[in-house]
Design a protein around this ligand. Structure first.
Ligand code: SAM
Length: 392
């Protein structure tokens, strides 16, 4: 298989699609899927300038407010609007997954697989002047990129970021801490979190370096202690003690004080992402075998996806909303995971995504779940399921 652009997909990948009941023709749209950008609320004036710089007109995405489509091969990184943090690249199907969560002012939101963070940025914009977003990712360097994004787009005020295993993460929402912190603040001896700065005091940097060193000698997955790597001014962290921040509550208490909204945008084989698949033309098709097609990896992934979904749901309050999404189109990583999850979680109920009536997607194998496929949606491939937690 040569690496020429537009080269046919390799036999192994076609076999993978066949085994998973996927029609290879959905990839035929690959070269025509537009590039999407989201303009930050209030930044729409940059569109005229963008049109001049890119010599093409950004087209409004009718079904998704704030989104614009551009020709597939346009590069936005050199534009002024991008450099000045007025827009960022995010696929429209990803935007739909966030939209399905219906984040509103005052919500306390958990993003359990947050990095590199385009969806997290979109959720922060929806928060307004109240609430918080807690971003979690197991990959420190990917989450550091997410922190850079928050700083670039100046939207991190109500956000906190934890390097942690999402299958075990247990930090409670910011509103629960703030109640407790009033009591703990009376003891001046207790060390509390100060305003976040990238320039940490020498002692703290030394401690973090020691922690990092010992972490590299242990496998990262399975670690139990989350590490906070960023918190904004109004994220509810300042003034807390470490004990307060990392205080856990029982599963029963979580029913009342859990997160209002949870996004589980789970790690997956990325086979629905046409741009991701195209990258293997440069990386070499043999790496596709290891990173996408390997059956053992897929089995481990489906287990990871289920565990992430179960833990995300555990941290959701009664009446709250959880969205599960992947950029794989295989049934094993989507409907099968959803089915197993519902079977084991009696309080989880699938919800209709009302806004989807105008979206260019199809129903998944399970009613109320959705599939965006590149050929019909003109977006990257994505699966979305929305749940609520009912009390029994
Ligand atoms: C599909 S990406 C998330 C994309 C992200 N939501 C966005 O919009 O930019 C999946 C992420 O899951 C993370 N991940 C993998 N295993 C994890 C785990 N056990 N806990 C938390 N995050 C995990 C990966 O590091 C990766 O960043």
């Amino acid at each position: 298989m040569d690496g020429a652009p537009g080269a046919p997909l390799p036999r192994e990948f076609l076999d993978f699609l066949g085994e998973n009941g996927l029609d290879p023709s959905i990839y035929a749209a690959g070269d025509c899927v537009p590039r999407y950008v989201r303009v930050k609320p209030g930044g729409e004036s940059c569109l005229r300038e963008l049109e001049g710089e890119l010599a093409c007109e950004p087209e409004t995405v009718d079904w998704l407010p704030g989104f614009y489509s551009l020709p597939p091969r346009v590069q936005i990184a050199g534009t002024r609007a991008y450099r000045e943090g007025k827009l960022y690249g995010i696929d429209a199907a990803s935007g739909a997954a966030v939209s399905a969560l219906s984040v509103s002012e005052g919500d306390h939101v958990l993003d359990l697989c947050a990095a590199p963070g385009a969806k997290l940025c979109m959720m922060l914009d929806a928060l307004g002047d109240l609430g918080s977003v807690t971003g979690v990712d197991v990959s420190e360097h990917r989450l550091a990129a997410c922190r850079t994004m928050l700083q670039k787009y100046a939207i991190g005020d109500r956000c906190r970021l934890f390097v942690a295993d999402g299958t075990m993460f247990s930090v409670i929402p910011a509103r629960v801490h703030s109640y407790k912190s009033c009591e703990s603040m009376t003891n001046e001896e207790v060390q509390t979190f100060q305003e976040w700065t990238s320039r940490r005091p020498w002692k703290e940097r030394k401690r973090a370096a020691r922690a990092r060193q010992s972490a590299t000698s242990k496998p990262r997955l399975g670690f139990e202690n989350p590490e906070i790597i960023f918190y904004g001014k109004h994220s509810g962290v300042i003034g807390l003690t470490k004990d307060d921040l990392y205080r856990t509550v029982s599963d029963n208490e979580l029913l009342n004080c859990g997160y209002d909204k949870v996004l589980v945008d789970a790690e997956c084989t990325h086979d629905g992402s046409i741009r991701h698949i195209q990258k293997f033309e440069q990386w070499g098709w043999e790496t596709l075998q290891q990173r996408v097609l390997n059956a053992e990896r897929t089995d481990n992934l489906t287990l990871l996806q289920l565990k992430l979904l179960i833990n995300g749901f555990r941290l959701l309050k009664v009446g709250g909303t959880l969205v599960y999404s992947t950029c794989s189109l295989t049934v094993a990583q989507n409907e099968d995971v959803v089915e197993r999850f519902i079977k084991e979680n009696a309080t989880a109920v699938l919800q209709e995504i009302d806004a989807a009536a105008s979206w260019p997607c199809k129903s998944g194998r399970i009613p109320k779940t959705l599939r965006f496929d590149p050929s019909t949606s003109q977006t990257s491939g994505l699966f979305v399921a929305k749940f609520t937690k009912v009390s029994l």
